[in-house]
Design a protein around this ligand. Structure first.
Ligand code: NAI
Length: 287
């Protein structure tokens, strides 16, 4: 996809962080934008602020991306308002979870729903719409560098992000085999300065554990505040949006924000092919 002016973008997780920066970038490119997010008041405020800056082609749709019917409604509202959709960002995501045996079913259900099922729903609903239009379209699924590495991040986060990478690789092949004019990318950000460390703000009550999590140890607290400080120095979201648009224009499947993880990605491949056990490491306390 090369021409953006007048085209229609749908962005999930658009009220904050990377999604908000992608919204601003789409508007700067002259696009009409559908902003979807579960945090309704923040979403409305963000949309209002953008309208005050003169951007009038914005539709804000409160959406829980984990729920198929809400993604179907999002697509329908987009078509009702703007007629077509050309650029889809399956971007909403949450950090959280716990380790591989302590995370509860509710922990898994929440993170799997927002980070992975959202993308599955997004493809099942929007790809047929794009195919029916027959024009040039692009889909960007947000994973993480945690989806390219071994043993970093919390269990559910890592599983979902590896899942989004795998799903987008399959999507790339499937679209190519169908010979339709739709391309796709998987965005694998490194550390970006956003609100992801407070993801629990959007956790639905029915997916919240009845027993509160045990108080973190001093060591965990320390790791968490060190990571929060690191995130504040993370890449600005506007820079991520510029990188993403370069990737869309060049139709790049893998979009990374940092090359500093490349050695670890190569090490993982080397470990797999040589049957070598990986070193123990942790990228973040929350992801
Ligand atoms: P953020 O917390 O600033 O933004 C995420 C947005 O998703 C929020 O507006 C939130 O309200 C929304 N959201 C949460 N649950 C939702 C649901 N059920 N339905 C609809 N919207 C929902 O965080 P950030 O960092 O901008 O996250 C965007 C994506 O980037 C996520 O997929 C995240 O995993 C990914 N990512 C972020 C990294 C970082 O360092 N910030 C690194 C790697 C990946």
């Amino acid at each position: 996809m090369q021409d953006f002016a007048g085209k229609v973008a749908v962005i999930t997780g658009a009220a904050s962080g990377i999604g908000l920066a992608l919204t601003e970038k789409c508007l700067d490119e002259g696009m009409q934008v559908v902003m979807a997010d579960i945090e309704e008041q923040v979403l409305d405020k963000a949309a209002e602020k953008l309208r005050e800056r003169g951007h009038n082609s914005i539709l804000a749709v409160p959406t829980d991306v984990a729920v198929l019917e809400q993604i179907e409604a999002l697509c329908q509202k987009t078509i009702d308002q703007f007629g077509e959709v050309h650029l889809l960002f399956n971007n909403a995501g949450v950090g959280g979870g716990g380790n591989s045996w302590q995370a509860t079913n509710k922990d898994w259900e929440w993170v799997m729903g927002v980070n992975l099922f959202s993308v599955i729903h997004g493809l099942r609903v929007f790809v047929p719409q794009m195919i029916s239009q027959g024009n040039s379209c692009h889909i960007v699924n947000t994973a993480s560098v945690a989806g390219l590495l071994d043993g970093v991040a919390n269990a559910s986060y890592a599983v979902t992000k590896h899942g989004v990478v795998a799903l987008t690789e399959i999507l790339f092949r499937d679209l190519g085999q169908e010979n339709v004019p739709i391309s796709c990318s998987v965005l694998c950000p490194g550390i970006i300065n956003t609100n992801i460390l407070t993801s629990h703000r959007n956790r639905p009550a029915d997916l919240t554990n009845q027993q509160p999590d045990p108080s973190p140890s001093a060591e965990q607290e320390n790791a968490r505040s060190q990571f929060a400080a690191l995130m504040q120095q993370g890449m600005p979201t506007s820079q991520v949006a510029d990188i993403v648009f370069k990737g869309i224009r060049e139709e790049t499947l893998y979009i990374q924000t940092h090359d500093s993880f490349n050695q670890a990605i190569l090490d993982r491949a080397q470990n797999i092919t040589t049957a070598t056990n990986p070193p123990l490491r942790n990228l973040t306390p929350d992801e």
